[in-house]
Write a protein that binds this ligand. Structure first.
Ligand SMILES: Nc1ncnc2c1ncn2[C@@H]1O[C@H](COP(=O)(O)OP(=O)(O)OP(=O)(O)O)[C@@H](O)[C@H]1O
Ligand SMILES: [Mg+2]
Length: 172
């Protein structure tokens, strides 16, 4: 079984990956896959981010015993299960502010979180999808839930429970 850990930038994928590694799980980042397979990245000025051919990413067979793949494009890799990390928009905004994101990039990412963009991208891949709301949940507990998924413990993680639509009303 291969499990993708995906989610809007800032939702805590890398922190969760570090926790899993400390517990002895093998976690690969999508960046590593992109680099080792020489997949081209194209810088997109409009979004101040790198664009990757996701069709190409889907075609790469994931070898070895790596259980987890992390990154905001990991739902496009050849996994069996996709876990989408979610974070309350206000909390996410603070985290991305700390990173020094521009106002434009910040708004784009917070908007994407509110609109379930990565969840929808994940659901249309036709794989098993789970959601973890990480808001107010320690990194250790997020790791615990991810380990639980490997053991078939998925109570409360079915997609559709996270709903940030109320947040839209606070936008002017
Ligand atoms: N469970 C958590 N509770 C509180 N803060 C967290 C938690 N997980 C991550 N953070 C904090 O949120 C920020 C973003 O975390 P992280 O770098 O893991 O996000 P990411 O999802 O990997 O983002 P990106 O897609 O840009 O790589 C960091 O400052 C991290 O310390
Ligand atoms: Mg990361």
């Amino acid at each position: 079984m291969k499990i993708a850990i995906t989610g809007t930038p800032g939702t805590g994928k890398t922190v969760a990956a570090e926790g899993l590694r400390r517990k002895g799980f093998e976690v690969m980042s999508v960046e590593q896959i992109i680099e080792s397979h020489g997949i081209e990245k194209e810088y997109d000025e409009a979004s101040d981010s790198y664009l990757v051919d996701t069709e190409e990413l889907q075609r790469i067979p994931l070898e070895g015993n790596t259980l987890f793949i992390e990154g905001h494009l990991s739902h496009y890799t050849d996994v069996d299960v996709i876990v989408v990390l979610r974070c309350h928009p206000a909390v996410l905004r603070e985290r991305l502010l700390e990173r020094g994101y521009s106002e434009k990039k910040l708004t784009e990412n917070v908007m994407a979180e509110i609109l379930d963009v990565i969840l929808v991208e994940s659901l249309i891949r036709g794989k098993k999808v789970y959601e973890i709301n990480t808001t107010g949940v320690s990194a250790e507990d997020v790791v615990g839930k991810l380990v639980g998924i490997t053991e078939g413990i998925t109570d409360g993680l079915s997609p559709g429970r996270v709903d940030w639509s109320e947040e839209m009303t606070s936008w002017d």
